[in-house]
Design a protein around this ligand. Sequence first.
Ligand code: SAM
Length: 308
Amino acid sequence: MGKTSKDKRDVYYRLAKEEGWRARSAFKLLQIDDEFHIFEGVKNAVDLCAAPGSWSQVLTRKLRNKDDDSPTAKIVAVDLQAMAPLPGVIQIQGDITQLSTAEKIIQHFEGEKADLVVCDGAPDVTGLHDIDEYVQAQLLLAALNITTHVLKEGGVFVAKIFRGRDITLLYSQLRIFFPKVTVAKPTSSRNSSIVLLFAEAFVVCQNYAPPSGYIPNMSNPLLDHQYCDWNEWEGPNRVIVPFLACGDLSAYDSDMSYPLDTEYKFRPPTQMPINPPYHEAVCIKKQDQLAKPAVDQLTKFESLELKE
Ligand code: SAM
């Protein structure tokens, strides 16, 4: 691709360079703000998955008073990749699915809370759509987990999503914490992508209101690889589902072994498998054509080499 072809094709790409944004994504956040006024009254903000930094640029331009250089707003930006410094932005290089990164973000707030958390995270795509959709959803859940630690009640969470098949599950998870969840599609956000089957959009989650008694925790297994005792949870953090034993409780226990009443007599299975996967292997074995262990193959090649 020539140096100018992307400029010619993509108006937002061109505009971003003209206006000094590090990426065209800046327009997505600006357009979300046009509709939802997400920066109103915001002092502290977190930018998750921030590199190369155009959303952090938007945050600094919107939240820091240009006439007054005193850093009133606290902006914490996180990404796996290194990001060129931006005045007034605290940077953390780390993985948002890791507990240690989440802890670093929380530390920077020193008990204070953020009014806004944004996440434009996108994992490296594999091209396997189910996996890509799953990883994107997990990234969003990791962002939500961090958000439950740092966001003020009433605060706003904006995050990128891909509207795949299981998106309603994600909406339900978000609705547990936010009474108002809207899907926003900025005009600068493209509908198609060569690699992703699903259309990009953004969830705008307003009025953060965790369930009463909810204690933020890093319970997402992706965040806490050491998790073990889920039973320690209490209150709304603990989910209890009904457990029902079925059948005659005085019947045989499948974990016990019982002596035979009469002499053992073999009976064939009621229905043999009609096309078992091992059938082909048995036929190949009968013809002595099963692959030999790697060691034998190696010896064969070595001896061939010696002969030559
Ligand atoms: N909002 C950014 C901007 O305006 O410049 C663009 C973000 S870019 C589309 C997606 C970013 O997500 C990448 O920089 C990538 O490194 C980051 N990312 C993906 N997975 C991540 C993870 N697990 N933890 C932190 N960052 C991650």
